[in-house]
Design a protein around this ligand. Structure first.
Ligand SMILES: [Zn+2]
Length: 488
C-alpha cells in the first residue's frame, strides 16, 4: 500500500518551515549526511543523528524513491579547534596511542560500522573517505581561487567570507548576519594569515612533522574539514541535490561553509532541503565527556555505566529515539528507557498475536483509516512519535478484537499485520531481537531445500549440487533420506 508520496513534507532549515518535498528528478532522491570523524568511539549523540537519517532513508525507499545515500568518513583534516587552529584530532590520537594515523582511522571506522549495525542502520550507498578524495578537493579549491573567492596565504588557502558575502548571503542557513558578527569581532582577531576573522581554511599548510599531508599547488598540506563534504557531495550527487542532513551543531559554520564553497565554485545552491537533527541529553544535562556526563553505545548495551540501572537492547534504544521527533531534544534516563522497553515488548507481542485474531465478516473499525494515519504521521516531516502513537491505537483495537468487543475481517487482519510490520520493522528499522539467528535461518533453509528439491525433480543436477556444495562450504550439511532432505 502506498498513500501518495507527493504528500511528504520536510522541515527545511533553509526556509525555516515545513515544505512539500519535490525532488529535482522525479522518482529519485540524492541524500547526503555528514558522517563521523573517526578518531574516537562514536558517541550516542552522533548515533541519534545517523539513526534519524536512517529512518528518513528507509521511509523514502518505502515511498518508492530510488535513493542514493552518501555518508562520508572524515579521516583527515579535522582540527581540534574550529577556528582553524590546533591539532588534527586523528593525529593527536595517533600520537597519544603511538600508532599510525591510519590505524586510528581503521579502528574507529570498524567501531562505527559495528555500532551502526547494532542499531540496525542500513549502509549508505556510498561511504567516501576524505583521504580518498584529495584530488577532488584540490580541484575545487583551485576553482574557488580562480573565481576570486579564496586566497593563498603562507601556504594555506582561505575562503574570503566578506568578499563572498558582498555578492551572496553568507549566513542564509543559520540566519546569522555576518556584517554584525564581523564588526563585533574584528578587534579580537589576532590571526595574521587571514584577511577577515570569518575566513576559513580550505587548505592548511602542514608543518614538517605533520604525517598526513599531500602535495598541492600551494605546497604540502591538507584540506579543510568543510571542503570535503562539498567535494564529495558534488562528485556523487551533482552540483544540486535534494537532501543534506546532519546534526544541529553542524548548521554553523560547517553547512554554511558548504553552501558558500559550492556557490563560489559553480554558482549553484547545492541543496534543496537542509535537515538538522537535534541533540541528546543525559539526565537533563548536555552530554559531555569533560563534565563526566556521557555514555557510549557499548556501555548502554552492556549496562557498564554509572547512569542506567541495567543494560538496554539496541532495539529498545532505537525505539526510544523514535518516540521523539528528530528535531526535538531527547533526554536519556533509566526510567524513560525502561518505559520504552515495556512499550516496545508490548508492541512486538501484539504483532505476533494478530494472525491468531478471530475474524468476522466485517471490521468494526476502518483499518484503511488506521493505515492512512501511519502515512499521515510520516508524511508530516517524519513524525515518528505520532506514528508510534497511531500504532498503539491499533494495538488497542487489536486487544478489543481479542476480547470480543470489536471485530476484524480476514482481509483487514492481513492488511493490518502487513502494515504494522512494515512501519515497525522496515520504516522505523526495528527488529525482534528475541528471534535467535537459528529461528531466522530456518525459513531460509526451508526455501533453499525446496529449491533444491525442485531442481532435482527437474534433473537439474548442476543447480542442486551448487546448493549442496555452497551450503557445505559454510558448514551446513544436507542429509537426503526417503522422507526428504534435512540440514545440520
Ligand atoms: Zn559535512
Amino acid at each position: 500500500m502506498n498513500f501518495n508520496k507527493k504528500q511528504l513534507t520536510i522541515y527545511n532549515s533553509l526556509e525555516g518551515k515545513k515544505v512539500l518535498f519535490n525532488p529535482i528528478k522525479d522518482g529519485f532522491v540524492g541524500l547526503y549526511v555528514c558522517g563521523p570523524t573517526v578518531y574516537n568511539k562514536v558517541h550516542l549523540g552522533n548515533c541519534r543523528t545517523f539513526i534519524s537519517f536512517d529512518m528518513v532513508y528507509r521511509y523514502l525507499l518505502h515511498l518508492g524513491y530510488k535513493v542514493r545515500y552518501v555518508r562520508n568518513i572524515t579521516d583527515v583534516g579535522h582540527l581540534v579547534d574550529d577556528s582553524d587552529q590546533g591539532e588534527d584530532k586523528i593525529l593527536k590520537k595517533a600520537r597519544l596511542e603511538k600508532i599510525e594515523p591510519m590505524e586510528v582511522v581503521q579502528q574507529y571506522t570498524l567501531d562505527f560500522h559495528k555500532v551502526m549495525n547494532d542499531f540496525n542502520c542500513l549502509s549508505p550507498n556510498i561511504e567516501p573517505t576524505a583521504t580518498g578524495h584529495i584530488m577532488e578537493q584540490i580541484e575545487m579549491i583551485r576553482v574557488i581561487i580562480d573565481n576570486g573567492f579564496a586566497y593563498e596565504s603562507n601556504g594555506s588557502v582561505y575562503f574570503d567570507v566578506e568578499k563572498y558575502n558582498r555578492k551572496q548571503n553568507y549566513g542564509e542557513l543559520s540566519g546569522r548576519k555576518i556584517e554584525d558578527l564581523i564588526s563585533n569581532t574584528r578587534e579580537l582577531d589576532g590571526q595574521t594569515e587571514k584577511r577577515g576573522p570569518f575566513d576559513f581554511a580550505i587548505w592548511k599548510k602542514a608543518s614538517s612533522e605533520h604525517i598526513m599531508k599531500w602535495r598541492s599547488p600551494w605546497g604540502f598540506g591538507f584540506p579543510g574539514w568543510h571542503l570535503e563534504c562539498s567535494a564529495m557531495s558534488t562528485k556523487y550527487l551533482g552540483d544540486e541535490f535534494d537532501i543534506h542532513g546532519g546534526g544541529m551543531d553542524l548548521k554553523f559554520p560547517h553547512h554554511e561553509c558548504e553552501i558558500a564553497q559550492a556557490m563560489a565554485s559553480n554558482g549553484k545552491k547545492p541543496v534543496r532541503y537542509w535537515m538538522h537533527g537535534n541533540m541528546l541529553t543525559l539526565n537533563g544535562k548536555k552530554m559531555s565527556k569533560s563534565i563526566d556526563n556521557s555514555i557510549l553505545p557499548g556501555e548502554l548495551f552492556s549496562g557498564e555505566n554509572d547512569f542506567m540501572d541495567k543494560p538496554f537492547d539496541p532495539m529498545v534504544v532505537r525505539f526510544f529515539m523514535m518516540q521523539a521527533h528528530y528535531r526535538s531534544t531527547l533526554d536519556f534516563t533509566s526510567e524513560a528507557l525502561s518505559a520504552a522497553e515495556k512499550g516496545y515488548h508490548r508492541l512486538l507481542n501484539t504483532i505476533n498475536e494478530i494472525e491468531n485474531l478471530p475474524t468476522n465478516v466485517d471490521s468494526s473499525e476502518s483499518v484503511l483509516k488506521i493505515v492512512k494515519s501511519f502515512y499521515d504521521a510520516m508524511n508530516d516531516d517524519f513524525n515518528t512519535p505520532v506514528l508510534i502513537a497511531n500504532i498503539f491505537e491499533a494495538v488497542k483495537y487489536i486487544n478489543s478484537v481479542k476480547k470480543g468487543d470489536e471485530t476484524i475481517s480476514s482481509s483487514d487482519r492481513q492488511l493490518l499485520k502487513e502494515e504494522m510490520s512494515t512501519f515497525l520493522f522496515y520504516v522505523l528499522g526495528l527488529k525482534d531481537s528475541n528471534l535467535k539467528s537459528e529461528d531466522r535461518l530456518s525459513p531460509v533453509m526451508d526455501l533453499l531445500l525446496q529449491l533444491r528439491e525442485e531442481a532435482r525433480n527437474n534433473k537439474d543436477w548442476k543447480t542442486s549440487d551448487k546448493i549442496r556444495d555452497g551450503l557445505a562450504s559454510i558448514g551446513i550439511t544436507i542429509k537426503d533420506s526417503k522422507n526428504g532432505s534435512s540440514w545440520d
